[in-house]
Ligand binder design. Structure first.
Ligand code: NAP
Length: 533
């Protein structure tokens, strides 16, 4: 480590969080560098290249707000941006702000160890590089560590195996191939209809049926785009006042305050409009089981109407609370099961039995296919951090400190890990909100904090245990009042065997969260211990 390069801030990741953090800190005169495992920037949108990959937040609002010129110049082509377009946007940002000289690509951070004497983080990479940084900022993403189930026999599979979150850069040709897809979450919902168009046959292995609402994607009309841009200040300000920072807010009325017919009509309008705003049509879908059942029934009816074979339709009917797992968007998911080359296999409680060289067994039946697609999601929120050997004060490992679930103050910092920040960490609204403004909020909070520390001769910042405990407790309390505990979602870590069952994102809403963060900073970083020197 003798020849470690010194930095003010080392940023782990060059997705949208890392890119803006780098730009922001450089602009403040800090020596900063972003280190990225991929061979390009874009994070999520660099890795998730599976067929049909598309964002389910509208493009006009899934973009940075910090630079008016960027907002003005960049033109989106569709209501929901497809992966290649988002990746082009990320590259445009890196070009536009000349970020490349301070980004190390193809470099994975393997460890970050706090050196108490030096009051620095010693960061090591898989390429043998070493950095000595005052601040270490984890811009590692919430959905970046692929969840690759440890199926018996997986290594013996003779065909190609793909994970949606680690899709190859080259075009994957499925023509004439029989494909097995494991998983029916958002990635599968987008990929299955596309793969089915090309493949000879697709067998979908479903552990839990998904609620899928239409995206209603369409090209963006230039006049509509110009109008939204002209009204960006007011629209963005309005979005900041909504629960998730989305363009669409939550209605004030209860679904139970109207007749069933009226509720159905409202939901039909929301359905036709498309988008995750479907569940915002009434205020209590997230809190009241009877209200929620109305939305469930509506979607189940739509599935029965869409899927021609009643037996297949019945297998596709989800039974859990709608919105408990992340709602999926897709325009042709259910209809894909009308194709003669798509088969649905619901998995029994014992799940996938064994992967064989030419397929798999499940429930005692053998299924044959040439290629296997794992649409099995991510070790969400904590996975990317857990895969780095992070050691804080006294050598304590982050993995150990978080053994019973992640513990962060405001989702930004963890006690025992001074000067280590996470962008959209567990305990922040993150995945329950529009990630772009959420990322910007964290980046700006962290940048302001570092400016404050520098301006006030403070060398270290770390949340107090009390403040952190109180925040975690508050987060659990708010989450317990929602219906989100009622299913096995990745929000709760339930998709990864052995992961503690803790609701990881903060569900108190963006407005109150941002207010708290601002008040904490205005109060001289209340709840944080500051080390002078
Ligand atoms: P996911 O929602 O976690 O879905 C994974 C699927 O694989 C689920 O159906 C899951 O079943 C199944 N699965 C996992 N392990 C399994 C096992 N051992 N055996 C059998 N089945 C297994 O992952 P995802 O679809 O990649 O999506 C993750 C998140 O990424 C989304 O919720 C969303 O936030 C984001 N995303 C967004 C977009 C978009 O913007 N349009 C697109 C893709 C992803 P269970 O449900 O039973 O666990």
């Amino acid at each position: 480590m003798a020849d470690a390069t010194r930095l003010d801030a080392l940023i782990v990741g060059a997705g949208f969080a890392g890119l803006y953090m780098l730009h922001k800190l450089r602009g403040m005169g800090f020596a900063a560098r972003a280190v990225e495992a991929g061979s390009g920037v874009g994070g999520t949108w660099y890795w998730n290249r599976y067929p049909g990959a598309r964002c389910d937040v509208e493009s006009m609002f899934y973009c940075y707000q910090f630079d008016d010129g960027l907002s003005r110049d960049w033109e989106w082509t569709e209501r929901y941006p497809a992966q290649p377009e988002i990746l082009r946007y990320a590259n445009h940002v890196a070009d536009r702000f000349d970020l490349w000289p301070d980004i190390s690509l193809n470099t994975r951070i393997v460890s970050a160890v706090h050196d108490e004497d030096a009051a620095r983080w010693r960061v090591a990479t898989d390429t043998g590089e070493a950095w000595l940084a005052r601040y270490c900022i984890m811009a590692t993403g919430c959905l970046s560590a692929a969840n690759r189930p440890d199926f018996d026999g997986l290594d013996e599979f003779a065909g190609r195996v793909f994970h949606t979150g680690r899709w190859p850069h080259e075009t994957v040709d499925f023509a004439g191939r029989r494909v097995g897809v494991v998983g029916t979450g958002s990635s599968a919902v987008q990929a299955i209809p596309e793969i089915a168009k090309e493949a000879a046959h697709v067998t979908v292995f479903q552990r839990t049926a998904s609620y899928v609402v239409p995206a209603n994607n369409r090209p963006l009309d230039p006049a509509e785009q110009a109008d939204i841009k002209a009204r960006y200040p007011e629209l963005r300000a309005a979005a900041r006042k909504t629960f998730g920072g989305f363009a669409v807010g939550i209605a004030r009325q209860s679904a139970l305050a109207v007749s069933e017919d009226e509720c159905r009509e409202t939901l039909a309008r929301a359905w036709d409009e498309g988008g995750i705003g479907f569940l915002n049509a009434y205020r209590d879908f997230g809190f009241d089981e009877a209200a929620n059942r109305r939305a469930q029934d509506f979607v189940r009816r739509k599935i029965r109407e869409t899927v021609q074979d009643p037996e297949t339709a019945a297998k596709l009917l989800p039974r859990h609370v709608i919105g408990c797992k992340r709602l999926s968007l897709g325009d042709d998911y259910y209809a894909a099961f009308n194709r003669p080359n798509v088969a649905l296999v619901p998995l029994a409680d014992d799940g996938i039995g064994r992967i064989l060289p030419d397929g798999l067994t499940a429930g005692g039946t053998r299924f044959r296919f040439d290629d296997l697609v794992l649409a099995t999601g991510f070790d969400a929120m904590t996975g990317a951090l857990a895969r780095i050997d992070i050691r804080g004060r006294g050598g304590i490992a982050l993995a150990e400190a978080w053994e019973a679930g992640p513990r962060m103050y405001l989702g930004l910092m963890s006690n025992g890990f001074p000067n280590l920040f996470a962008i959209t960490g567990p305990g922040s609204p993150s995945v329950l909100s529009n990630m772009m403004p959420t990322i910007e909020h964290h980046v700006e909070w962290i940048a302001e904090c570092l400016g404050y520390l520098r301006g006030n001769g403070i060398s270290g910042i770390e949340p107090s245990l009390d403040a952190q405990d109180a925040w975690v407790e508050h987060g659990n309390e708010v989450a317990s009042k929602t219906l989100r505990y009622s299913c096995s979602s990745w929000y709760l870590g339930a998709n990864v065997p052995g992961k503690p069952r803790v609701f990881m994102p903060y569900i108190g809403g963006m407005p109150s969260y941002m207010e708290t963060c601002a008040a904490v900073a205005a109060d001289g970083y209340r709840g944080f211990d500051l080390t002078p020197g």
